[in-house]
Design a protein. Structure first.
Lengths: 351, 272
């Protein structure tokens, strides 16, 4: 294996089955992250993103397959790997009863820094993350955004060259999300390698050099954001019809406006296109000429759902039982799925 | 396979350092647990109020009805109260670990290069420190209501040490329960059905001789009674004096440690 030296993170054929749910959380996932870049691991809840991160950060052993961080095997050299990685989680694993400074110091000490060095580093990190004033306050008083920043700061105490961020911005308001993105970009500019999981296409698009899309524990697409988008089209024209009966007719009429087939969901027809506004106007003219009345017309950016629909032909599905069980075991709140109401793959695929 | 050199911050730990780091890690986790304790002073206040209530309840309410030949009831009672208090204190071992697990803190610990045993040892050590404080406090309360050391201070301290060692060994068992419970609330209610029969069907509050015969066999030989008898003989010395109990208690304590600590560590490794 001589061609792997430029990869900071490598995984080959990772398989993990959770016996309780009999679910293959990972079903042969391979990935690699170039040094000093961000890889975005994109997928809905239960796709296997968290399981992949937990294996790569030595928390969980894979059933088969292997992975290495900077050339060190995550199973055989777990303790070495732990010295070169940082992990910040979706559910900010910080101690509520400690202050920000104490939390950072604790992680510093447990990363085997001296007491003094961990103190110096804590001051530095609190300042970098805009938490200087809050540093000596107990975490219970922190806002969600502050907590995420502290979580990230704690992951950086020992200056790990490789960082795993598991849905770092899920549940954050837009401003906090922007702030965190800037922090992550600065880290990478400083040479850190990041593997980031997310449910947001926008986030992966903004941050990642490469994106891997996972579904049901399998990699279903990979490439640069530009490549994936080119595959997908840049906007979605969503036509809501006043009358359910005219849906098929409308879909037939507008089909020629896109090189992808329109999708139908109840009384909504959607087209994925390159030039949204132009196609939107064309849709109005076509339907008006045919006497089909519409209740609404909207343009939007492609969502994760659209990526999935485009890649797999089905909407992103409900979280799989295995990971759901694993997550509820950890007492994690089940948050909203990254998708609309009742997914009916067959229904969506008609037309 | 090309291996990229590690940055200087991640110098491999020599095996000689490993033991030193293990103790450092245990100390760090203990520090963190004790800090957390001081951040919830109301919890500390009410958890120390409970054993004080037990002292007053038994000394003034039940005590009058219980006659111990040749011994003041408060002197008979206090060693029992010590054991009961530290046993109930083990609840916090279970609850604390369960909280750490379900809040995702243990997840973070597992990705750090720290000793695997430090999370558990740091918890049981912090709880031991808390028990030292509580035992000292209860001793003062006991003194206020008439308890007197019947032997000497040295033997009394030996008795206290024995009780604390018992609580520490027991803590490892409760650590396993904490790691097994689906949440902290469940951990809390899981421990009492185990604690109650052992604590009350014992010689802690009443002479075992007053119990029905079938129960006596259990009450006499179970660990709580043995530790209570040992503490009583060391602290008070009276008709219930029983030097064998000291050795039997030590055997229980070591037995608990040898069995319960590995079980807890095994459980910890498995809860991912």
């Amino acid at each position: 294996m001589s061609n792997n030296s430029t990869y900071a993170v490598e995984a080959h054929d990772l398989v993990k089955v959770f016996p309780r749910g009999k679910v293959r959380a990972l079903d042969g996932v391979s990935l690699h992250v170039e040094e000093g870049t961000i890889l975005g691991l994109l997928g809905p809840n239960g796709a296997g993103k968290t399981t992949a991160v937990r294996i790569l950060s030595t928390i969980l052993n894979p059933d088969s397959g292997r992975a290495s961080i900077l050339g060190h095997d995550v199973v055989k050299e777990a303790q070495t790997v732990r010295q070169i990685i940082g992990l910040a989680g979706q559910y900010a694993a910080v101690d509520e009863n400690l202050t920000g400074r104490e939390n950072i110091r604790m992680v510093g000490r447990l990363s085997h820094m001296s007491w003094k060095a961990s103190g110096v580093r804590a001051t530095e990190l609190l300042e970098n993350f805009g938490l200087s004033d809050a540093g000596d306050r107990v975490l219970k008083t922190y806002s969600g955004g502050m907590r995420r920043r502290l979580d990230l700061a704690a992951a950086l105490v020992a200056r790990p060259p490789v960082l795993f961020l598991d849905e770092p911005t899920t549940g954050l308001d837009p401003q906090s999300r922007q702030d965190l993105w800037v922090v992550i970009e600065n880290l990478v500019a400083g040479g850190t390698t990041v593997l980031l999981t997310t449910q947001y296409l926008e986030e992966a698009d903004r941050l990642a050099r490469n994106i891997i899309v996972v579904d049901h524990g399998r990699v279903i697409a990979e490439g640069t954001p530009a490549e994936l988008k080119a595959n997908l089209g840049t906007s979605v024209v969503s036509i809501t019809l006043s009358d359910d009966e005219t849906v098929q007719k409308a879909a037939g009429l507008v089909a020629s406006l896109s090189d992808k087939e329109p999708t139908i969901d109840h009384n909504v027809v959607e087209l994925t296109v390159e030039n949204g506004p132009q196609v939107g106007a064309e849709v109005l003219r076509t339907l008006d000429a045919a006497g089909v009345s519409i209740a609404g017309l909207a343009l939007r950016e492609p969502s994760l759902d659209d990526v999935f629909l485009s890649l797999t032909g089905h909407k992103s599905e409900v979280e799989t039982e295995g990971e759901a069980a694993a997550e509820s075991k950890k007492g994690k709140p089940k948050h909203a799925r990254a998708r609309g109401p009742e997914s009916d793959a067959d229904g969506r695929d008609a037309a | 396979m090309t291996t990229i050199a590690l940055p200087t911050t991640a110098a491999p730990v020599a095996s000689g350092h490993r033991l030193r780091w293990m103790f450092a890690d245990i100390l760090t986790v203990t520090w963190r647990n004790l800090l957390a304790l001081t951040r919830t002073p109301e919890a500390l206040f009410f958890s120390t109020l409970q054993p004080i209530m037990f002292v007053l309840l038994f000394a003034y309410v039940f005590g009058g009805a219980i006659h111990i030949p040749g011994l003041k009831y408060i002197d008979f009672l206090m060693p029992g109260i010590f054991v009961q208090t530290v046993s109930f204190g083990a609840v916090s071992t279970a609850v604390g670990l369960s909280e750490d697990l379900h809040k995702g803190l243990i997840e973070r610990f597992r990705a750090l290069p720290m000793a695997r045993s430090a999370v558990l040892a740091g918890r049981t050590t912090a709880d031991l420190a808390r028990n030292v404080f509580v035992v000292a406090l209860i001793t003062a309360v006991g003194y206020a209501v008439g308890f007197r050391i019947g032997t000497n201070v040295g033997l009394f301290l030996c008795g206290a040490l024995l009780v604390l060692a018992y609580s520490y060994a027991l803590g490892w068992g409760f650590a396993t329960i904490g790691l097994s419970a689906s949440n902290a609330e469940t951990a809390q209610v899981m421990v009492f059905p185990i604690l109650f029969p052992f604590t009350f069907a014992s010689s802690a509050f009443v002479p075992v001789g007053s119990m029905p015969g079938w129960l006596q066999a259990f009450a006499k030989n179970q660990p709580v009674s043995q530790v209570v008898s040992a503490a009583r003989s060391l602290m008070v010395v009276g008709p219930v004096h029983d030097s064998n109990a000291v050795w039997i208690s030590l055997a229980w304590i070591f037995g608990f440690l040898i069995v319960l600590a590995p079980v807890a560590v095994r459980k910890y490794r498995r809860v991912a």
